[in-house]
Design a protein around this ligand. Sequence first.
Ligand code: FCB
Length: 442
Amino acid sequence: MTQFTLPKNSTMLSKDFIYGVATASFQIEGAADQRLPCIWDTFCATPGKIADNSNGDSACEHVKNWQDDVELIDSLGVDAYRLSISWPRVIKLDGTLNQEGINFYITILDELMRRNIKAFVTLYHWDLPQHLEDKGGWLNRETAYEFARYVDLVSKALSGKVYSYATLNEPFCSSYLGYEIGVHAPGIKGREFGRKAAHHLLLAHGLAMKVLTKNSPESLNGIVLNFTPCYSVSSSEADIAATAFADDYINQWYMKPVMQGAYPDIIEQLPPAHRPDILAGDMDIICQPLDFLGVNFYTRLRYEASDTDYYHELPHQAPMTDIGWEIYPSALTELLVSLHQKYDLPPIYITENGAAMADKMVDGEVNDQDRIAYYNAHLNAVNDAILQGVNVAGYFAWSLMDNFEWAEGYSKRFGIVHVDYNTQIRTVKLSGKAYSQLITRR
Ligand code: FCB
């Protein structure tokens, strides 16, 4: 297969549907010496944290190669580019704007505009300045206010150049992976920390939404959440209840406060020491009207009841991608439909979807049929959700190019463009060509 196939009358074949590619600052930029250190620099420097002992010092050298990269993005024919701003690149230690840092983004945004590519800007894709972590990071309520100040400065400096702002990318990962199980930066571990960090992240989101509404009312302002739909292994009451708990704990914990201003009821079942510190008014701040909701989707998980814990998560099963995540496209349809049933949703953008595959470069070509099949199945899963009434306005492939895949380092390749890390040469994979065809043939 070299082509994506959507049903002929699909609204996803209309010119109004937005197709894009996505990246994040720490994963592609490099030029770590031209910004403040962030929590991922520190985490990478800690032995045993990153699978291939790598770091983000040079990554895809995007700071150096950005012009070619924007040219590449344009050559794919996409409508939009989702990028993130590196907080430690644009803010100085004293909290004021780093003009050189912000200029980097201004030039990129101007170039995108010149080429008629919509900029979807994420304000926080995990690279918290280390000096803020030294003061407690997301466990410190003050970090939420620091974030709002950063967003104020950035949204003023980028005025008129941004089509859409997302406050946070995947607060689940920042809080649960970073502060509860410790497999992401800053690597803090403890049941008592995850929910507290999550609350301050959500507070940061709400405060930032207010700033964006004031400084950038013309852009689509919202948040990007990741969802891993939870499936019960059996129809037993106990397994179903454990699965529902898991869904509340990992998915709805972020969605419900943002949309409805309340945490899931399971909060009552958590020991008081594990609960967030909620001050009067917090939930109202968190629950701001959104212009859009970004949904990131990769896989699903299966659950059963546990004698010793809230739930037991089963390992992923075949078919899997190279990162070991089950390929289960219908979960994306079911997720979108269930969100649509549970919540009063703004327009949805699939802000990330894609697959790590064990790519091989043969005669200058990456013939990634497995990734093409993944994309094709998931694009159709989105189409199925649209047919069931869900308002999906766009789709972004993760990722534009191979990059630093967090705890996996450079060992996992998610790009639709191959990156040779020795030469920094980019080669569009067959999946990239198929994606480009889908978009340009509309
Ligand atoms: C998501 C992240 C993104 C990327 C993909 C594979 O959780 O937002 O940066 O690493 O996973």
